[in-house]
Design a binder for this molecule. Structure first.
Ligand code: ZN
Length: 379
């Protein structure tokens, strides 16, 4: 399995420019989201969205542009290929006409301080120094970044280009002058929001379906909030145990005593009703030369809690993760949780909680070890 986090420590800072003039209210946030989810691209900062007229074509819809500061361990050509892949997922078909409307452009603007010529493209992107719609968002995420050929800081470039070309505006200004009636504009209220515009649209439809008015004041921003919340609550899908534990596994020769961690809180959602279940995890292991930082256990739990789950599976996944990371003599996990799908619907005794366990290695094979653990849990 690849170790994205470890590799990223040797990563290169890059600036990626985004542009769209088809369904741009959806495609810019979706592009940012795809970058966020890429295992080998770590997004550090996202600009506001800017709008600018299309170049070279009359009547073409105007563009929205943004920029992202990220770290990656991909080589320039690999990164470019990955960006092409992400563009294709958003329905981008590269046409011969360079100025044709497009769902999304994802371009490398800067790759560290690399100056290089590739087959048909170069770094830094030539328009980094000539186009306000590139320079303005770039200056927001990396103001002190120096253009590797001229040494000019991006904030200086942006200021110079913006004064010549007053046609590029931050969307925030544009928004003030044109009141909106639907929820799509909220995508641009702030820069670092990560969510799926499709989920936002589904939630809006869902509100209509249950007889609500999604345009009434209290609900106007609800689809966006739900989409963002869901993105957070399901972030476990794109987090790996390797990323989380990396750098926090220590050699501990001679440490043979049982390590027990009690009361690790978690919040998850049941996959049957998409309603929360929540409670506490108790975990123990018998080290065989390796131990893990305590705080990392909570992070491992989150990797599995932040997705749609059933409690039994989550319990086993946590045990497997510790077993695979530490190769200990044994692992024991007990999860105690309340399920809102039972409590809210009055299906079972409403105050009852469910207890699941997973015993591995010594905890499974040796009754004394197991009872020692259960004794510790009870105390
Ligand atoms: Zn349920």
């Amino acid at each position: 399995m690849s170790n994205a986090h470890a590799a990223m420590r040797n990563g290169v800072d890059v600036v990626i420019g985004l542009g769209s003039n088809i369904d741009r209210d959806e495609n810019i946030p979706e592009g940012v989201r795809q970058l966020h989810r890429h295992a080998r691209i770590e997004v550090k900062r996202v600009s506001r969205v800017y709008r600018s007229p299309a170049v070279g074509v009359d009547d073409a819809p105007e563009f929205h542009n943004a920029a992202v500061l990220a770290t990656t361990d991909l080589e320039p050509t690999q990164l470019r290929n990955e960006l092409r892949e992400l563009e294709a997922r958003q329905g981008r078909h590269r046409a011969k006409d360079r100025n044709a409307p497009r769902t999304i452009d994802l371009d490398i603007v800067y790759y560290g301080d690399l100056v290089a010529e590739f087959n048909g493209w170069r770094l830094p992107a030539p328009d980094a120094a000539t186009a306000a719609h590139v320079a303005l968002p770039v200056a927001e995420v990396a103001p002190d970044w120096r253009h590797p050929e001229t040494g000019v800081a991006t904030k200086t470039l942006a200021a110079t280009l913006a004064s010549d070309e007053s046609m590029v505006h931050s969307i925030v200004e544009a928004q003030l002058s044109s009141p909106h009636t639907n929820s799509a504009h909220s995508a641009f209220d702030s820069s670092v929001e990560v969510y799926s515009p499709r989920v936002e649209a589904f939630v809006r439809a869902q509100l209509e379906e249950i007889g609500e008015d999604p345009d009434r004041e209290g609900l106007v921003r609800t689809p966006l909030r739900v989409a963002k919340t869901l993105d957070f609550l399901t972030s476990g899908y794109h987090t790996t145990v390797e990323e989380v534990v990396n750098g926090a596994i220590f050699d501990a020769d001679g440490a043979e005593g049982m390590v027990t961690v009690k009361g690790v809180e978690f919040y998850s959602m049941c996959e049957h009703h998409m309603l929360p279940f929540f409670g506490q995890v108790t975990l123990a292991y018998l080290p065989k030369g390796k131990i893990i930082g305590l705080s990392k256990i909570a992070r491992v739990v989150e990797v599995f809690a932040r997705r749609l789950q059933v409690q039994e599976r989550m319990t086993n996944q946590i045990a497997d993760a510790i077993e695979n990371s530490l190769a200990p003599h044994g692992v024991a996990v007990i999860v105690e949780a309340k399920h809102l799908c039972m409590m809210m619907r009055g299906v079972q005794k409403q105050e009852s909680s469910m207890i699941t366990s997973a015993m591995r290695g010594t905890f499974q094979e040796n009754a004394r070890t197991r009872s020692e653990f259960l004794e510790l849990v009870r105390s």
